[in-house]
Design a protein around this ligand. Structure first.
Ligand code: APR
Length: 172
């Protein structure tokens, strides 16, 4: 059974197997949680992302897809990068956001991560409402984790109390 929980905090300090980054398609960093993760992981993270652009993702990471890199200077062993839908670019399809959570879990299983932290993907710069992100995130993780799932813990790490309350409500 996968335990789901919501905490207030900074995802870069989470000592879990993997933390999920709300990246953009370029994979070359940005603001928000992307910027925080790159700052905390150190320059090797950007180098690893540049390698991904030279190899697996020459066109960039598509919205809804996920890919892992090492965590380098982070306490987490891995970073799973995913690209959420951008409301300001007209990406309003909930299935795109659900895909971020589903694909990140798939990648977590591939790399053998048993504990995973997610931020509120798309709830910042990409303009999605916190309540809707919480609802989609919790429903997707619940639907995508089996009783004997190798992922044992999914921790939603929220930067604000308002977001944590949205997630607590969705988890209740
Ligand atoms: N820990 C946890 N959550 C954080 C942190 C942090 N250190 N910093 C920010 N957040 C929260 C934001 O408050 C928001 O609730 O992460 C959520 C996602 O917001 P963004 O980081 O803005 O991500 P998103 O809305 O998906 O937009 C992605 O923003 O930073 C750029 O490069 C990124 O272009 C991409 C876009």
């Amino acid at each position: 059974m996968t335990v789901l929980e919501a905490v207030r905090g900074d995802i870069t300090t989470q000592p879990l197997d993997a933390i999920v980054n709300a990246a953009n398609s370029s994979l070359l960093g940005g603001g928000g949680v992307d910027g925080a993760i790159h700052r905390a992981a150190g320059p090797r993270l950007l180098a690893a992302c540049r390698d991904l652009r030279r190899t697996a993702y020459p066109q960039g990471l598509p919205t809804g897809a996920a890919v892992a890199t090492p965590g380098f200077d982070l306490p987490a062993r891995w970073v799973i990068h995913t690209v959420g839908p951008n409301r300001y670019a007209g990406q309003t399809d909930p299935a795109l956001l659900a895909s971020c959570f589903r694909e990140s879990l798939r990648v977590a299983r591939e790399i053998g991560a048993r504990t995973v932290a997610f931020p509120a993907v798309s709830a910042g710069v990409y303009g999605w409402g916190g309540a809707q992100v919480a609802e989609i995130a919790v429903a997707t993780v619940r639907a995508e984790t089996a009783d004997d799932d190798p992922v044992k813990l999914v921790r939603f790490v929220l930067f604000t109390d308002a977001l944590r309350e949205h997630f607590e409500r969705s988890l209740a």
